[in-house]
Design a protein around this ligand. Structure first.
Ligand code: SF4
Length: 230
């Protein structure tokens, strides 16, 4: 049985509709002890990591290591470990190595079938990880995409059957960066080189000023999401 019913999730969403991210995180770890922060080490997730380590340093933090992240991202993981300790950091890996994937589906699957590649390297490992949890915390903001415009602080995640907590729904990109500057939160240096959204090496390019921040992901494909969020 779920630790929090759908009725309780609706009531938490209402209660924390205008709460601060820190208040939402504190309520989340209290209401849903078996919860984890899904940390991509992007700007939003670095803010959440900084706040979570203040509120509940023993809470699980996991990241999806697709084996093809940027060197700068791997360095940021190490910098975050050094700064925060992160007692409970979990590196989630795909079942198939890059070599196994190439043998089965051909070289550079990201160039031919990015949906399949994301499924193998992100969605399946995430699904497995979430099956061990009662809730997950994400860095979704309402103003990122139209699909995220109605996100709530607490939601029932129908796709994965657990609670989804989105503490940054009311924040803008500027709020995120103001926090990073104010509290000297470590961040990926690629953000200063025109990469607002950072994924895998093969599927992320810098964007020009004025372009949609997510247009640098899977450029050339009709694809804007990994399939991790509904
Ligand atoms: S972002 Fe690209 S390389 Fe990474 S899992 Fe998806 S398709 Fe594969």
């Amino acid at each position: 049985m779920a630790v929090v019913t759908e009725t309780e999730i609706t009531s938490l969403a209402r209660k924390y509709e205008t709460a601060s991210p820190k208040e939402i995180l504190a309520a989340a770890v209290q209401q849903i002890p078996n919860i984890a922060l899904a940390c991509s080490f992007g700007a939003e997730d670095m803010v959440l990591l900084d706040l979570l380590m203040q509120v509940s340093p023993s809470t699980k933090v996991f990241y999806l290591d697709t084996d093809v992240l940027f060197e700068e991202t791997y360095s940021l993981v190490e910098a975050a470990k050094a700064k925060y300790g992160i007692e409970n950091l979990i590196r989630v890996r795909p079942a198939a190595t890059l070599e196994q994937q190439a043998q089965e589906h051909g070289e550079a699957l990201w160039s031919s079938q990015p949906d399949l590649c994301c499924n193998i390297r992100k969605v399946q490992p995430l699904t497995q990880m979430l099956s061990t949890l009662d809730g997950w915390i994400t860095g979704i903001r309402r103003d990122q995409t139209s699909a995220r415009a109605n996100a709530q602080a607490f939601e029932h995640d129908a796709k994965f059957g657990i609670v989804k907590v989105n503490p940054l729904i009311l924040w803008t990109q500027e709020d995120v960066w103001q926090y990073i500057r104010d509290y000297e939160v470590p961040y990926n240096p690629l953000h200063d080189q025109g990469y607002p959204s950072i994924g895998c090496v093969h599927c992320t390019r810098p964007v020009k000023p004025g372009e949609d921040p997510r247009s640098g992901r899977w450029a050339g494909f009709q694809k804007t999401e990994c399939g991790l969020h509904k």
